[in-house]
Write a protein that binds this ligand. Structure first.
Ligand code: PMV
Length: 318
């Protein structure tokens, strides 16, 4: 049997502006993960068992654009695997779907690594990242590439999207991992509202199209916040990092991607003693994050639940 696991991820700073070439910071969330087990099968076909999405089927019975089928078919094409072997594939995940925690990228990364290792088709991290980006593009249109990057490398990343150019392929961006000056704690609060990232990205695009000068300026401000945040993380300046979170949230509100529920959770976290808080990811629903001191982590988490969070995760970044 071959096994592989990939973590969830959360964006700390820079969502949306990252689509317009500004940097963003994101971290892996190891408390949640996708796990894939592959073994040879005695029955014909490739049998997929993914209870979280209620999938129990043979590969050929799935539509070709099915997310899991597209990973298997594209990878076998890339690796020139023919005829297809008989396999049992089990996929289980604790990453909530469509909530900005990178569940899609984690399934692709874990499945790709398990398949390539089971079939002795070696892939570097760069190759896994580039392949996952291609799969993300099939399902999400024009992703910046930040999800696949954090999930593949499972490290904090500073990411700048590669600007489109016809002769450029690859994982979609410039990636730097960075050192954390000391451990810090993030509480993630889930609104429980699933909001397609595609829609908020497209709404921001409409704003930008209507007044490019204004929005380029807003994105520049976000870019500055991201660079200052990286410095604050590297030097362990948590007070400053909290303030930067609040500033980034205000700019996201200006982009119209916050919501009443997200604002409510952000406010509850700040009132409970968080150093700063903001929405994370596409917005309109999904998750928010709060930077907390170790001694307030539990009380901020509790306040988030009282203010309507469906779930919270306390994650330590080091
Ligand atoms: O909702 P998430 O966590 O997948 O993040 C989306 C981040 C955006 O910047 C809004 C879009 C992107 O592709 O980077």
């Amino acid at each position: 049997m071959t096994q592989s696991s990939a973590p969830g991820k959360i964006i700390l700073f820079g969502e949306h502006a990252v689509v317009y070439g500004r940097p963003a910071l994101a971290i892996p969330v190891t408390q949640v993960h996708t796990d894939v087990d592959i073994s040879d099968s005695s029955r014909a076909g490739i049998w997929i068992d993914a209870p979280n999405v209620n999938l129990h089927a043979e590969l050929n019975t799935l539509p070709s654009d099915h997310p899991i089928a597209s990973v298997i078919n594209n990878l076998f094409f890339l690796a020139r695997i023919s005829p297809f072997p008989n396999l049992e594939i089990k996929i289980s995940s604790t990453i909530p779907v469509a909530s900005g925690l990178g569940s899609g990228a984690a399934v692709t990364v874990a499945l790709t690594r398990a398949l390539s290792s089971h079939l002795n088709f070696s892939m570097t991290d760069e190759a896994v990242n580039a392949f996952t980006y291609e799969i993300e593009k099939l399902h999400h249109g024009t992703p910046s590439g930040i999800d696949n990057t954090v999930v593949t490398y499972a490290k904090p990343v500073y990411f700048i999207k590669r600007l489109p150019s016809p002769d450029r392929r690859g994982a979609g961006g410039k990636v730097e991992t960075f050192k954390v000056g000391g451990p810090f704690i993030i509480v993630i609060g889930d609104t429980g509202i699933s909001a397609p990232t595609k829609e908020s990205v497209s709404d921001v695009r409409k704003l930008w199209e209507a007044d490019q000068a204004k929005w380029e300026n807003v994105f520049d401000k976000v870019g500055e916040i991201v660079n200052q945040s990286r410095q604050a993380i590297e030097s362990g300046n948590w007070e400053m990092l909290g303030e930067l979170m609040d500033k980034n949230h205000s700019l996201l509100q200006e982009m119209t991607v916050s919501s009443r529920e997200l604002d409510q959770l952000v406010k509850a976290a700040r009132n409970a003693g968080a150093l700063g808080a903001k929405l994370s990811g596409g917005g309109r629903g999904g998750n928010m994050i709060a930077l907390v001191k170790p001694e307030t982590a539990e009380s901020v988490s509790l306040s988030l639940k009282e203010a309507g969070a469906k779930n919270t995760i306390i994650t330590r970044v080091s």
